[in-house]
Design a protein around this ligand. Sequence first.
Ligand code: HEM
Length: 365
Amino acid sequence: MSGSDSALYYGDYLQLGKLLDAQHLESGKNGPPAHDEMLFIIIHQAYELWFKQILWEIDGVLRILDHKVVEEKGLGKATAHLERIVAIQRVLTQQIDVLETMTPLDFLDFRDDLVPASGFQSVQWRLVENKLGMRKHDRHAFEKTSYTSRFTDKDKDRVEATEQHANLFGLIQSWLERTPFVQFGMFDFWEQYRESVDKMLASDEQLIRDNPTLTEAEVAVQVANLKKTSTHFDALFNVERYEELLQKGEVRLSHKALRAALLIHLYRDEPILHLPFRLLHVLVDIDENFTTWRYRHALMAMRMIGTKIGTGGSSGSEYLRKAADNNRVFGDLNNLSTFFIPRSELPVLPDEVKTQLGFYWRPEV
Ligand code: HEM
């Protein structure tokens, strides 16, 4: 049976004619084709298809969040889109195993034919980063040139245009700043939370000082480290101090948004905060999974090319490792655990606040 005007045909629907005719080996142009170049092309194409799906999901989330009021229903959908991205990311990282069936020597059979093309020129990768909310200066710089320096003018314009658009970080921050569940009326949450924090830090210090296995010098080091944690807490309670950290670029999330995120985490067992908690949780998953992919890619590059430079001209795996260390979007959400205190130490919420945070229907007892 072949494609007809009336009945949809598998190959036509998926445009397999185009898709399966899009693997042209560069090595074949100068001599016998290198066997593994087919794998190299297909794996990159598979990545680009998944990047396309990730962008589709991010765009869906941006459309949901880009409103003054985000309904619960929307929040559920946004979380589902983001969870799909996480599932795709697992595939992205696993795919490296397939590529690593190619040995470095096999890669050398066609590597020189690829210069100067490089992953640096993946438009969709940069679109993903920008739509998540990565800013120019968040990236580990490559020879002080712009991250778009390797693009054609057309691609450069397309990527740079997204720097001006709403992105996930910005929309999540605004949503957190607006979140109504963290208004506790007369109940002074922060005062009580601070008392719990002071108690926790004092108890931590006591544990260090009472530890019989530590020398005096080790105690001093550990107490000094604890003081650093306490400095982080100071910033949480002191807006001016927090603003200084923002200015220095040590944090990115606004003070208001950070506090809201913290409350959502601490009281996530309250029904109404559970979905917001899942949303924040999945953002950290996404950030972490891209970091994992970046490290895995850096290790793979090390294995394939050692300390040689990349086809795009960077220092190769060294550049990739530094980018993995550096290029994050939701680091503040990741670091939020600094401010967690045990559930047993959490300020007990007054009944009227608990009612606000619960569902209103109560079973008969
Ligand atoms: C033999 C396999 C590979 C090697 C040796 C390799 C190596 C490199 C190197 C050295 C760079 C830094 C830029 C440069 O100087 O060219 C780079 C960047 C990049 N590569 Fe790969 N790569 C490989 C496979 C892949 C695959 C399968 C993908 C999937 C799309 C990919 C995506 C990227 C991306 C997105 C970048 C830009 C990263 C950034 O700047 O944050 N690479 N690659």
